[in-house]
Design a protein around this ligand. Structure first.
Ligand SMILES: [Zn+2]
Length: 83
């Protein structure tokens, strides 16, 4: 179906997309309760609606760069810059 329509399908492992940070890839220790709609990264401080964060994680896993959607994504994560 995807080939027929010229689409590029990428399979993404869905696990942990809600606990990984879309910006720096850090994984929070505990999944947020569903009542908590905003995800704040303890490492880089990125704050985003949890669904949007999950979508960003999936884009990164698919090899896509979500930059330009609603946030920038530096090539080198903060704190991991080579000296
Ligand atoms: Zn982060």
């Amino acid at each position: 179906m995807a080939r027929k329509h010229g689409r590029d399908v990428r399979l993404v492992h869905p696990a942990h997309t809600t606990v990984d940070c879309a910006r720096c890839g850090a994984r929070t220790k505990h999944a947020l309760p569903l009542s908590e709609r905003t995800c704040t990264c303890t490492l880089c401080g990125a704050v985003s609606p949890r669904d949007k964060n999950s979508a960003g994680v999936m884009l990164v896993r698919a090899g896509l760069n979500p930059a330009g959607v609603d946030r920038g994504r530096p090539d080198v994560p903060p704190g991991r810059r080579a000296a």
